[in-house]
Design a protein around this ligand. Structure first.
Ligand code: NAG
Ligand code: NAG
Ligand code: NAG
Length: 820
């Protein structure tokens, strides 16, 4: 036993030797041993490599650091503005000043590292696994004592652990500068810096022209950024007397992540999975059009949910209405009624906005907001004020003078970031009157509705009775030829195929009756749906409906093979789906293997397309009414197929109508307007689709969902996380491997939340859903509160995960307006 252990140990120890670069270099150079053009340093964990290179089609030689793994992405360049143009050079340490030097063949110095003023006895330069090249005393590994480090002089890339910002004790500023082009790493026009005048904010600029800014730091976050950290990396922002910087650290070991400014000045967060050869862009700045600096001009507000994107601040009107009309917002807005610094002026509160740029401003961190307001009122050039730090209910005073530039509405509504905009006395009066009018209107409505309600109820009741009477009489009649095309199976065949409907053949139970698996004598596998006997329809009507439904053909709908009608029996014969239903794959501990994100996304798209076909593309407009994970079947190739479509027609009556006699549906998937009022429309299906979508992403059932922090269902949970910018947390943990698709997952979550909004009119149609899911560039509306956003009582909450069917013809409680 001992021998084996020893052998394994020896083997493990010997691995690094095998992996050593062939050229024999390791990760360190010393005084005696410069680095020539043909050698490289490789960090001890084989992550980064340092050496001379020529970018793109250039012949010039540069000293740089790049990822050792393919693809070789250069993250740092030493002599970016002083390349070796003709002959190769070397990297050496100067003996008398402890600096790194790049020399050409004639020993002329092309580049040298900043001197720390200290001289080391025995200096060495080492390439670390973080991608940092450090110059230090040979026997000291204390990072405080580095004589110099490349992390202090970034090129176009920020790596995990690198700081973007200021060392205030030495005055050192670390910032990113783009390359000129992919062939030329010399300093380009674009910079990304931490600006610390007033409150800190990061600023992307071309030359001195601002292009994007994060918004001032409000004590919690940069007021204009909605993307904080997530599970891939952790952000930290440190603002003290000695230091002011932003930094991120990668959390997931199997990933590399970096922020690189591309040559057209867009900082992008990229991520590479171990073993992958492709860097994926997680996101880039500017992220949305509203991110572009001053997009709406002075005193304009940009909102991605607005149409058009720009509007004027309250009390302001377009400077040039003609330009504004044609969506040219560059000249911004001006005051409707100029400030006169008179009595009666006041402030309008703006919630959840990115604070305006700090161009002309005044900051006092110890003043409180009341004093701030006074101060602003008393100073005639003050146009707005805000807390300078929102922690603990807010403190400090930030005042703006003159025009307000680069304001946008944030994705987080009603957030803790507030701002107060000064209005003229005339505008204050206007607002006051508007408020008063609203109040009056409300009262009128209340009075008139209560009296009108009684009348209305009577009319509705009467109408429902009429309508359902009509329905029973006027059954749709189809031409005889139609159902000849539909194969009719006889009872004996089906009984033989299903072992006489034995329990072992039974594979499921739906709202409409049990489902059996069968084998026809031809060898074909079938699924047989034996309908409950009380469809409430005549034979002809039933046949007509089945014929209609059999004509619906789409790759995401289960194919109907035929039907069987004998005596009281009514059966539908479908193609058998090899992989059963979706719920076997997404829920529970014993799920049949985990689905990766790509598969899940394909399934989501498939369901969306199938439903779109039912709603819109087929000749009949079919509302499914019972869409749920167990009604999504998967074929051999895991293509999703919607089943049980059209059954609601058979059971609920053929017409598309807004009230149904019977409610079919399943708790957890059914929309509020349908569950409570029996109102259904395509938007009720959209709701169920949203639930299924969120279940697919989270691997959890909406119904029976529980969480230690609250008693909301899955929808409520997703909504809470969404508003905390933590939506990705609902992602099924068994999908951990695919991190590069965060933006797609987020998009899906957003679409899901849009689908489960409380009011049907707010929910998108399936056509928009398909567009929003498949088009990365589509800008999505911000979701409103989902339906059923009420905490359930923890005591009466049943955590059964079993689905409860709502279909029950005799149950009066769910069919209040039934017109039998
Ligand atoms: C270091 O030595 C070089 C020549 O070897 C000389 O040119 C340079 O001035 C010296 N620097 C210092 C700080 O002594
Ligand atoms: C830089 O990134 C932006 C945003 O992703 C993109 O639009 C632009 O084409 C990129 N530029 C280059 C040169 O790749
Ligand atoms: C308004 O405040 C600014 C900044 O404190 C100050 O420079 C200016 O003089 C003030 N103006 C008046 C009229 O008080």
């Amino acid at each position: 036993m001992k021998c084996v252990a020893l052998a394994i140990l020896l083997f493990l120890i010997s691995i690094p030797i095998f992996l050593k670069p062939v050229n024999g270099a390791d990760d360190t150079i010393s005084l005696a041993q410069p680095l020539t053009d043909r050698m490289t340093l490789v960090s001890s964990g084989q992550i980064f490599e340092l050496g001379f290179f020529s970018p793109g089609s250039s012949k010039n030689r540069y000293l740089g650091i790049w990822y050792k793994t393919t693809p070789h992405v250069v993250v740092w360049v030493a002599n970016r503005n002083n390349p070796l143009t003709d002959f190769p050079g070397e990297l050496a340490i100067s003996s008398n000043s402890s600096q790194l030097l790049i020399r050409n063949q004639s020993k002329a110095i092309l580049w040298s590292s900043m001197s720390s003023g200290r001289v080391a006895k025995n200096p060495v330069a080492q390439l670390l696994d973080t991608g940092n090249l450090v110059l230090r005393e040979n026997d000291s590994v204390n990072s405080e004592l580095y004589l110099w480090q490349s992390f202090d002089y970034p090129s176009d890339t920020l790596l995990s652990g690198m700081k973007l910002g200021w060392d205030l004790t030495t005055g050192l500023e670390r910032y990113l500068t783009s390359w000129k082009s992919i062939d030329d790493p010399s300093t380009g026009d674009f910079t990304y810096k931490m600006n610390i005048t007033g409150l800190p904010q990061t600023i992307l600029a071309m030359g001195s022209t601002r292009q994007f800014r994060s918004g001032p730091w409000n004590g919690v976050r940069f007021s204009g950024l909605s993307i904080a950290g997530d599970r891939v990396f952790k952000s930290s922002s440190v603002f003290t007397k000695n230091e002011s910087y932003y930094m991120f650290t990668t959390i997931v070991k199997s990933l590399h992540t970096r922020v690189t400014m591309n040559t057209s000045g867009s900082p992008q967060r990229l991520i590479l999975q171990n073993g992958s050869t492709e860097w994926n862009i997680m996101y880039s700045v500017p992220y949305q059009r509203c991110d572009s600096y001053g997009f709406c001009g002075a005193n304009g507000v940009c909102g991605v949910n607005n149409d058009p994107l720009c509007k004027c601040l309250e009390g302001f009107i377009p400077t040039s209405p003609e330009e504004w009309q044609v969506l040219d917002w560059s000249n911004g807005c001006k005051r409707k009624n100029p400030l006169k610094c008179q009595r009666g002026e006041g402030f309008a509160k703006l919630d959840g906005v990115k604070l305006p740029d700090l161009l002309e401003f005044w900051l006092n961190k110890s003043m409180d907001i009341k004093e701030c307001k006074e101060q602003c009122l008393n100073n005639c050039s003050c146009t707005a004020y805000a807390d300078s730090d929102i922690r603990g209910g807010g403190s400090g005073c930030l005042m703006w003078f003159g025009d307000l530039i680069d304001i946008r509405e944030l994705r987080v509504k009603g957030s803790d970031q507030k701002m107060y905009l000064r209005l003229s006395a005339a505008d204050m009066k206007l607002i006051y009157n508007k408020k008063k009018k609203k109040k009056m209107l409300k009262m009128v409505i209340v009075i008139s509705t209560t009296s009108g309600m009684c009348l209305l109820l009577g009319v509705i009741f009467w109408c429902t009775i009429c309508k359902s009477r009509k329905r029973v009489r006027g059954s749709s009649s189809q031409s005889k030829n139609d159902y000849i095309e539909l194969p009719m199976f006889d009872m004996a065949t089906i009984a033989a195929a299903t072992n006489n409907f034995s329990d072992t053949s039974r594979i499921g139970e739906g709202g409409f009756g049990p489902v059996y698996k069968g084998n026809l004598s031809t060898g074909q596998e079938i699924a047989v749906k034996r309908l409950s006997k009380d469809s409430g329809q005549g034979l002809e009507e039933f046949k007509n409906e089945v014929v209609l439904i059999s004509k619906l053909q789409h790759r995401n709908l289960v194919g109907l093979l035929g039907c069987c009608i004998e005596g009281e029996e009514r059966m539908l014969i479908y193609e058998y789906m090899y992989n059963k239903s979706l719920n076997h794959f997404i829920f529970g501990e014993n799920k049949n293997g985990s689905l990766d994100w790509k598969k899940r996304f394909d399934i989501i798209m498939g369901i969306a397309r199938g439903l779109l076909y039912l709603h819109q593309d087929s000749k009949l407009q079919i509302i499914h009414r019972d869409l749920k994970a167990s009604n999504i079947l998967l074929d051999m190739n895991m293509n999703p197929k919607i089943s049980d479509f059209g059954l609601a027609r058979i059971f609920g009556g053929g017409e598309i109508e807004t009230k149904t006699r019977r409610i079919v549906g399943t708790y957890g998937y059914i929309s509020p307007e349908y569950a409570v009022d029996g109102n259904f429309s395509i938007k009720s299906d959209v709701f169920s689709f949203g639930v299924v979508l969120l279940e697919i992403i989270s691997g959890k059932r909406n119904r029976g969902f529980s969480h230690s922090d609250h008693h909301h269902n899955l929808l409520g949970h997703a909504w809470l996380l969404w508003n905390k910018e933590l939506a990705l947390e609902i992602k099924d943990s068994s999908m951990e491997e695919s991190m590069s698709i965060e933006s797609q997952v987020l998009r899906c979550i957003q679409v899901g939340l849009l689908c489960v909004q409380k009011f049907p009119a707010d929910r998108p149609t399936m056509a928009s859903v398909v567009v929003m899911l498949s088009n990365e560039r589509a800008e999505l509306p911000w979701p409103k509160e989902p339906a059923f956003f009420l905490e359930r009582s923890s005591i009466v909450e049943d955590t059964k995960s079993r689905e409860e069917e709502l279909y029950s013809p005799n149950e009066t409680s769910t069919t209040l307006l039934e017109g039998r």
